[in-house]
Design a protein around this ligand. Structure first.
Ligand SMILES: NC(=O)c1ccc[n+]([C@@H]2O[C@H](COP(=O)([O-])OP(=O)(O)OC[C@H]3O[C@@H](n4cnc5c(N)ncnc54)[C@H](OP(=O)(O)O)[C@@H]3O)[C@@H](O)[C@H]2O)c1
Length: 362
């Protein structure tokens, strides 16, 4: 490793060579925080660290990175290595033993709910776990928290995420594909309970505040659980503009999601799709959006938007700002999603703006 580690003063980024890891490193540098990029390949780590002058810690596997956490006890660990159902528990146990705060980018139901279940242990250990610290959960949950401030629990919430991301040339990677394939089982909250639902249903044609239009469809994600916790609503649905629009693919989804329950087939598909090369692409629209519609039992309905730029850059900004706040002693022990812990101003600190049209009655 280059440089000297000062125990409990640093922010470690696991998956430091990845798209999110590099975005986070850039934002940590912007905030003047000392970052250590942790990854499997020393050469690629070195290249990733160069633009920001971050330190590097080569660790040939996640298990090796976890052993380093236990030994060196960094102040904050940001985990960008998906699928988080696999990686988060191991990293969180090490953080608990080391007294480190933990942040991750989980955006699937299983991983976010598993981290919520570690709340009591985190309280006992006196450290903070923040899961879902990427664009999707933070952008949608923030709007829900903003709309529900000072109000009773609503009856119904729908959140939509509309990311706009510039793609760099390369491969999708196992972290991203593994997370996507692990999220293909439809879910929604009905009467306060997580229940099976059709995936890519409930389509809505949304007119964005800039006048353009997108179609969103249901996809269960960390957003679903975060919106439920933030609002206390009995019925919650999460949707995304990234859902496939082809009727054929939608019709095939139930069969595909059943197939993806077979662990060996899912691993095989993940490995192959992860290697498919994608071309560089400009971001499709100027802004990314988080959107929520909240309805109360008396029929009042409020709608809100969160406007920001590139969703990938935002996925860099959110964990970096959370790390800054945790280092400043602003964290509470326990397991949270970002806006549930830090309130609606977190999104604004990361460069986003709320747009809240007038409320109405149904
Ligand atoms: N919540 C959100 O809104 C949000 C937003 C963006 C991303 N994400 C999630 O964040 C994760 C990362 O996304 P990304 O786009 O940054 O992916 P990426 O570019 O593929 O980066 C993944 C990183 O993880 C490392 N890695 C992969 N498998 C590993 C393993 N078994 N052991 C140790 N390191 C491993 C890779 O290291 P190598 O270089 O050594 O392969 C790479 O540094 C995905 O799960 C994605 O779904 C969530």
């Amino acid at each position: 490793m280059t440089g000297t580690l000062r125990m409990n003063a640093q922010v470690w980024v696991l998956g430091g060579t990845g798209r999110s890891g590099r975005s986070i490193a850039a934002q940590l540098a912007r905030l003047g925080l000392s970052a250590v990029l942790v990854g499997r390949d020393a050469n690629r780590l070195h290249a990733a660290a160069q633009p920001t002058g971050s330190e590097t810690l080569p660790a040939p596997s996640l298990a090796a990175a976890v052993a380093e956490i236990r030994q060196r006890r960094p102040a904050v660990v940001i985990n960008t290595v998906g699928p988080f159902t696999t990686t988060a528990p191991e990293v969180i146990y090490a953080c608990r033993a080391a007294g480190s705060h933990y942040i991750d980018l989980a955006n699937d139901v299983a991983a976010v709910s598993a981290t919520y279940e570690m709340h009591d242990a985190a309280v006992q250990a006196g450290h903070t776990l923040v899961t879902g610290a990427g664009f999707g959960v933070t952008a949608t949950e923030s709007v829900v928290v903003k709309l529900c401030e000072g109000r009773p629990a609503p009856l119904r919430v729908r959140v939509d995420m509309v990311p706009s991301i510039a793609m760099e040339e390369g491969t999708a990677g196992e972290a991203l594909i593994g997370t996507l394939l692990g999220s293909l089982h439809g879910r929604r909250i009905t009467d306060g309970r997580l229940v099976p639902a059709r995936i890519f249903g409930d389509t809505v044609r949304l007119t964005l505040p800039d006048g353009s239009q997108v179609t969103t469809a249901s996809m269960p994600s960390g957003e679903l659980l975060a919106a439920h916790r933030a609002s206390g609503a009995r019925h919650v649905l999460s949707a995304t503009s990234e859902a496939p629009s082809s009727p054929l693919i939608r019709a095939m989804m139930p069969a595909l999601s059943t197939l993806m329950r077979w662990e060996r087939l899912r691993s095989f598909t993940t490995r192959h799709l992860a290697r498919v090369r994608v071309e560089a692409k400009e971001r499709p629209r100027e802004h990314s959006w988080g959107h929520a519609v909240v309805t109360w039992t008396d029929g009042e309905t409020r709608e809100g938007w969160l406007r920001l730029g590139d969703a990938q850059e935002y996925t860099g900004a959110v964990p970096a700002e959370i790390a800054r706040r945790l280092l400043a002693g602003e964290g509470r022990p326990g397991a949270y999603t970002p806006a549930a812990h830090f309130g609606p101003t977190l999104a604004e600190s990361c460069g986003a703006t709320y747009l809240l049209p007038q409320s109405g009655r149904q």
